[in-house]
Design a protein around this ligand. Structure first.
Ligand SMILES: *Cc1c(COP(=O)(O)O)cnc(C)c1O
Length: 389
């Protein structure tokens, strides 16, 4: 048997929706994007939605709309997919990393509060949060938490810190569509919430992303920026702002409309698959299954990441599992230790020990909403044989 790492959950309605678009001449800047945005407002309860062509593009537009510029500081997590930090670097802002909660892998809210206090005061106490090189010249502007692996960050506490210090909150919910923290949806806590629709996410549009916000002025700016900086009233070749081509096309939006209709059903299937894993893997010594904390009133399973005991050689295990047709992936490799980050900011091993520990021991196993129980059984049996012998 050969098990795929992930698979999109597509049906005939999704396929027909795309075909319907390509039978018309309107492949971009058409009605589907508008309808997709409306569907997302209905799903999340947000006032506005801005569809874009990737989650990364969505994060970048939020950074622009928040007025975060060169030398400004943003508190964020080193345990994430690189896009959450890269969106800051695109504007030459400085990410200020704070280590994570060992249970969830999400940014530690107490350390966020402490960092916000110290950085707002400035001077000596601020020093310990700063990188060795590439130091900030501006002010602390925002918090950028990430809802890692589909589990919301400690959003209520993070929001309280933001209010106290007058900071914008950009919530990277690209892995947590549909999740809830204290019975409120991920992505709706901050000033901006971002979702992503790459094929391994909970729902897909091929490539795609979307921002939700209640801030009308920011939304109008983001709509202009995604369309090459054209403000309302600009002609095709007049551009009020420096913008980008971050537009989502109509085929992708059409798939998004049909996918979001089935989203809760797709999330339920993913939850069932996670349950099959938990049942089987909790009995294998040498590995830990994911922890869902009580504040997570609804988990939205994005990936299934287990932690291996220190003594297990992850690379060797991956090689042996691969031979059985079971792929696994290290998840995540810490952002601060990526080569370009080390070069720019001078980070070293040991700077964020919890992130590094999770980074060394975490592996994602094959996961999707279309996995069968037999496939899960096969993966777990392969893991049992290779780990427990
Ligand atoms: C998937 C993801 C994104 C966005 O990725 P794109 O490939 O640009 O759509 C951003 N942040 C996190 C944490 C993600 O997992």
């Amino acid at each position: 048997m050969k098990i795929p790492m992930s698979s999109p959950d597509l049906d005939d309605a999704d396929r027909q929706a795309v075909i319907d678009v390509i039978n018309t001449p309107i492949l971009s800047l058409g009605p589907r994007v508008v309808e997709f945005e409306k569907a997302f407002c209905a799903y999340t309860g947000a006032k506005y939605a801005v569809a874009v062509n990737s989650g990364t593009a969505g994060l970048h537009l939020c950074v622009r709309a928040a007025g975060i510029g060169a030398g400004d500081m943003v508190i964020t997590t080193p345990f994430s997919f690189v896009a959450s930090t890269n969106a800051l670097l695109f504007e030459n802002a400085v990410p200020i990393f704070v280590d994570v909660d060992p249970r969830t892998g999400n940014i530690d809210p107490q350390q966020v509060a402490q960092a916000a206090q110290d950085l707002s005061n400035g001077g000596k106490t601020a020093e310990k949060w700063l990188p060795r090189s590439g130091r900030p010249s501006g002010k602390l502007k925002a918090l950028l938490p990430v809802d890692v692996f589909g589990q919301p960050a400690a959003l209520e506490d993070i929001l309280a810190t933001a209010r106290q210090y007058g900071l914008t909150v950009i919530e990277d919910s690209c892995e947590a569509l549909g999740a809830e923290h204290k019975a409120k949806k991920a992505g709706t806590y901050g000033d901006f919430g971002i979702f992503a629709f790459y094929p391994n996410k909970q729902m897909t549009t091929g490539e795609g992303g979307l921002i939700i916000s209640d801030d009308e002025a920011a939304v109008n700016l983001m709509r202009a920026l995604r369309n090459q900086g054209r403000a309302p009233g600009d002609t095709w070749l007049s551009h009020t702002y420096l913008g980008y081509n971050y537009r989502l096309d109509e085929m992708s939006a059409a798939m998004g409309i049909t996918q979001v209709k089935r989203l809760d059903a797709m999330l339920a299937k993913r939850e069932q698959v996670a349950g099959w894993y938990a049942e089987r893997l909790s009995e294998i010594p040498g590995l830990e299954i994911p922890i869902v904390v009580p504040d997570t009133t609804r988990m939205s399973w994005f990936v299934y990441v287990i932690r291996l005991a220190q003594a297990i050689d992850r690379t060797d295990l991956a090689r042996r599992l691969e031979a059985r047709g079971v792929p696994i992936r290290p998840y995540f490799l810490p952002i601060h230790l990526q080569p370009y980050m080390v070069e720019r900011f001078g980070y070293r091993e040991g700077d964020f020990p919890v992130t590094e520990d999770l980074g060394r021991r975490g592996v994602a196993v094959p996961f999707s909403g279309v996995m069968s129980e037999a496939q899960v059984e096969y993966v777990c049996e392969a893991l049992r044989m290779e780990i427990a012998g």
